[in-house]
Each structure stands twice: as C-alpha cells, then as structure tokens.
Write a protein that binds this ligand. Structure first.
Ligand SMILES: Cc1cc2nc3c(=O)[nH]c(=O)nc-3n(C[C@H](O)[C@H](O)[C@H](O)COP(=O)(O)O)c2cc1C
Length: 412
C-alpha cells in the first residue's frame, strides 16, 4: 500500500473487540478472529481467565497481532475497560457463556469482559454457547430476554453436537454466520445468505387482548396466540433478535424477549416502545376493536340487574404503525375475516399502508383461532396475492418472514 492508501485504510478501519469466554466453543472463535482479520478489521482479543483453559492466548494474540487483554489491572493501560469500550465499533462475545450473559444482564463488572460490556457504547453482539439444560434454564432465558429488550444483538445458538458428546440446542452458531451478522452491524456488505435473519430486529404481537368490564370479567376473543408464537419461534431460529408483545400464556420460544400485556391500550404502549428499533413488525395479535367505556371498580352484582355496557373504539395499532414507520421498516398486518377474504385484505392493506397483509378465513376448518394449522391469503403487492392452504403456522411464518425480509433487503 502507498502511504496515502495506508492513511485511508486506517481512517476507515473499524475495530472489533472480540471477547472470548470459557466454553468449549472458544476454539471456533479462533476462526471468527481470522475472518475479521481477513476482512480488514482491527481485532482486539479479550479473554476471560476461564477461556484460557480452553484455548491458549498466544493463538489469539498471534492471529490478531494484538496482545490479549484479560485483566482490569494492567500496567500499560490504567483504565482498560473504558478505553476498550470506547475504541470498539462493535463488541462481539463468542462464546457467550451463561455466566457472562448473567453478569451483563445484571450489570456486574468484576472482570475485564464484563467491565467492557458494562462500559459499552457501541453495538454488542452475543453468540451464546452452552448445554441445552443451561440454554433453556429460566434464569438464562430471562437474562437473554432482558438484553434483547435493551437493544443487544444475538446470534442464536443452533442444535448440534455439544461438549461431552451430548447433542441438542445450545451449540454456538458457526463462525461464518456470526461474522455475517457482525458485518451487517458494522455496516459492511454480507455474504448475502438469504436464509438468515441474523442481525435483524423483529417485533411480533400475539394473542387476543382482554378488555376488562369489572375486576373479574372481560370482553375477549378466541385468538390463542399460536400464529404469533410461530413467528417468534421461526424468527429466533433464523437468528433474529425477537421481541414478542403478547397477551397469551403459551410457553415462550427460547431466545425471545417477552413483553406481557393484557389490554389493547397496553399492547399499543408496548408496541410504540419497541417499534423504533425494529426492522420488521408482525402484528399477528387479535387486538380488540372496542373496549368498555368504563371499568367498574367492584364486581358488578347480579342483584343489581343486567348491566348496559357501552363500548368505545380502541386505538388502531396497525394504522399507527403504517403511518409512523420509517421508509425502510417493513410492517406485516393480519386480517381475520369471515367473508370476501381477498377483497377485505386488499382494502385493509391499502388503508393501513402496510407492506404485507395476511388474511385468514377464520370460519374455515383447520384454520385461524386455536388450531395448529392455518390457511391464509398473503397480499404483498398491489394486485394479486398467494394462498397457503392447511399448512403449519410455522410454515406461514416462514413464507411471510421470507417475503418481509426480501422487501427489507430491497429497500437497503
Ligand atoms: C468442559 C467444560 C465446558 C464448559 N462449557 C461451557 C459452555 O459451553 N457454556 C457455558 O456457559 N459454560 C460452560 N462451562 C462452564 C464455564 O466454564 C463456567 O461457568 C465459567 O465460570 C465461565 O467463566 P467465564 O464466563 O468468565 O468465561 C464449561 C465448563 C467446563 C468444565
């Protein structure tokens, strides 16, 4: 390189702080470091003490041409955690152990990796790796959920061989996938792998809202939330950071952040809170159109006669999303219909200004509320849509999210 090329390279060279923790997958981070180096990033390796039980620090320091940092009490840098955090364009933690996820979620900072994370102002990407029992542990999932909710990105672990000859969920994503997601977060072109939603933030709503009449009664609908949960499961499996705003009690898929709500107005507030940071929004919830104008403080007594309940309209969340989104955000709406499906879906799509409208005829057997399968009409253009008939709700999620991601990519 000529001196001016070197200058230009140094001006644009971005820094990745690569934090390696104590899991068997630490060996895969050697390959990850090499990919970052080959792509021209400055890679600053940071290892926990337990990471060094799995891989030698010389491997990282030689590969990255940078000394491995491990201690908060280094002679050369008096405040290493803040200086590393400030230099980072991206902090990648791979493998992210259950331990470091817990420390990060709880603001602990008793070693260099956790202190760098506490001081981070850049984007942070975690690639968890652990045994299935640990990954599915409630505390781990609560911590993951908390971090996703706070804007931290994840490359979700997959299913495969684990330490000790075991097999299951919790295996760290492959270096190529982590590198692709990191590149996206660093604003660089990716390999263009169409099958992954890594680095994408997806907001999903699910369930039927309940509008209270008095402390024990409510106006509700038959939605179980299954279709929304299938979206959450599929998006998380594809590596997206998923926030699920839900009124349903179904078990939450691993790696999904949950915001529990009950009423339409609570759902509206939650959606507004998460909307700004989302790339794709799927409004699969059956939000009440009307709610009692007044909620009685005490249980309405039978002896007082049949009450007259006046209903008032609730906020139209989909309309809000359609008219307040940024141009690159993709919004998917759902329409539960009982007649003239295609016509009603087309009207709703253009009125609400959304990208994709998915309609289902809820009177059809094996479709709509409470069942595992669905039959839908998907309208993603002005003119004609497509049908999926009697397929699993996961398949509906796959087809719709693939279309939504194609729209998102085309807008970049
Ligand atoms: C053989 C072996 C493999 C381990 N693999 C993992 C793992 O994949 N993920 C994990 O979260 N913990 C794993 N652990 C436990 C961690 O090493 C342990 O919780 C440690 O305190 C993590 O420290 P760190 O987060 O500071 O690196 C493993 C332990 C042993 C002995």
């Amino acid at each position: 390189m000529t001196p001016s090329e070197v200058d230009l390279h140094q001006q644009v060279q971005k820094s990745v702080v690569l934090c390696v923790c104590g899991g068997i997958a630490a060996y895969k981070s050697v390959e990850l470091a090499r990919r970052f180096m080959d792509a021209g990033y400055r890679v600053i390796p940071v290892m926990t003490d337990d990471a060094k039980r799995f891989v030698g620090e010389v491997t990282f320091s030689a590969l990255c041409s940078e000394p491995v940092r491990s201690s908060l009490w280094s002679q050369s840098d008096p405040v290493p955690h803040t200086s590393l955090a400030r230099r980072a364009d991206l902090i990648v933690v791979a493998p992210a152990t259950a331990n470091i996820i817990s420390k990060y979620a709880n603001g602990a900072s008793d070693d260099l990796v956790s202190a760098v994370l506490s001081a981070a102002t850049s984007k942070v990407l975690l690639a968890p790796a652990m045994h299935t029992e640990m990954w599915e542990n409630r505390s781990v999932q609560r911590n993951v959920s908390w971090l996703i909710d706070g804007g931290v990105d994840f490359v979700q672990p997959g299913v495969g061989r684990l330490a000790g000859g075991d097999y299951g969920a919790g295996r760290m994503a492959e270096p190529a996938e982590i590198f692709d997601v990191a590149s996206r977060l660093l604003g660089a072109p990716t390999s263009g792998d169409e099958s992954t939603l890594g680095g994408i933030r997806v907001l999903i709503t699910a369930g039927g809202t309940r509008e209270p009449i008095d402390p024990v009664r409510y106006v509700g609908n038959r939605s179980s939330g299954r279709q929304g949960y299938a979206f959450a499961q599929y998006a998380a499996e594809q590596g997206a950071s998923v926030t699920l705003v839900t009124s349903s009690e179904l078990p939450v898929p691993p790696g999904v952040a949950v915001d529990k709500v009950e009423t339409a107005s609570e759902m509206f507030e939650a959606v507004k809170k998460h909307f700004e940071g989302s790339d794709i929004v799927v409004m699969a919830a059956a939000v009440a159109d009307f709610a009692p104008a007044r909620v009685a403080d005490d249980k309405i007594k039978k002896a007082d006669g049949v009450p007259e309940i006046r209903l008032v309209p609730t906020a139209d969340i989909l309309e809000y999303l359609g008219s307040n989104r940024r141009p690159e955000q993709v919004v998917v709406g759902f329409a539960a219909e009982t007649s003239r499906l295609e016509e009603n879906v087309a009207i709703k799509r253009s009125k609400k200004q959304v990208d994709i409208m998915v309609g289902n005829d809820v009177t059809k057997k094996g479709a709509g509320f409470g069942v595992e399968t669905n039959s839908v009409y998907i309208l993603d253009g002005e003119v004609s849509g497509s049908y999926l008939d009697g397929v699993s709700k996961l398949e509906v999620a796959r087809v719709v999210l693939t279309k939504a991601d194609a729209i998102r990519r085309a807008r970049q």
